[in-house]
Write a protein that binds this ligand. Structure first.
Ligand code: URA
Length: 198
């Protein structure tokens, strides 16, 4: 099946994903599920946590304030948002922007797993600790998992179903929005992705 059709199938399933504890909140607010956006052949895939209000209203990932900073970071390695793929673990907005629960991460993780197999990125850049933890465990890096303050900016090597994959662990851009020194850390850590930019 062409990649576009495979991704559309995921979208169709998410639209009617009544098994999610976030389904009722989404439909009663007329929000969209946020599947992801970008190039289906991207070598770099970004995985954030969950959509915020702007994202749920538009159906587009990282389109608010932290998204603006993410765009700046992507451009700092000579890329544009349309050349990479950007998504989240959890595809529906949690109320009051609370952290996703372990149950939600588990439920939506299956959709992310499918997206990784469709896109087959060379590198996954995790944004924030929830995404870091999910992706590192998924790729058997449990033993290397440490607090994000210790392992941000690192490159881990693993094997995906389709071949070798690198995992780059980054802070969430929202953490840097009002913190100048964190902005600098994120900009510096982002350079770990430069070798994958094409
Ligand atoms: N934060 C995220 O983790 N994802 C988005 O799409 C927006 C904000």
């Amino acid at each position: 099946m062409p990649k576009y059709d495979e991704m559309k199938k995921i979208r169709d399933e998410l639209l009617v994903f009544k098994g999610s504890p976030l389904y009722e909140f989404r439909t009663s607010n007329k929000y969209f599920p946020v599947i992801g956006e970008g190039n289906h052949d991207a070598s770099i895939m970004f995985v954030g946590e969950a959509p915020g209000m702007n994202e749920a209203k538009t159906g587009k990932p990282f389109c608010g304030a932290s998204g603006k900073f993410l765009t700046e970071l992507v451009e700092s390695i000579g890329m544009t948002r349309d050349k990479v793929y950007i998504t989240n673990i959890v595809k529906d907005r949690p109320p009051e922007n609370r952290d996703p629960t372990p149950e939600e991460i588990e439920l939506y993780g299956g959709f992310l797993d499918q997206q990784i197999d469709i896109i087959q990125p060379k590198v996954i850049a995790t944004l924030g600790r929830h995404s870091m933890s999910y992706i590192m465990k998924k790729f058997g890096l449990d033993l290397e998992l440490e607090p994000i303050s210790k392992i941000h900016g690192r490159i881990f090597e693993a094997v995906a179903s389709y071949g070798p994959i690198s995992i780059v662990t980054l802070y969430h851009p929202a953490a840097a929005l009002y913190n100048g020194s964190m902005r600098d850390v994120l900009k510096k850590d982002f350079q770990a992705l430069k070798n994958f930019a094409r």
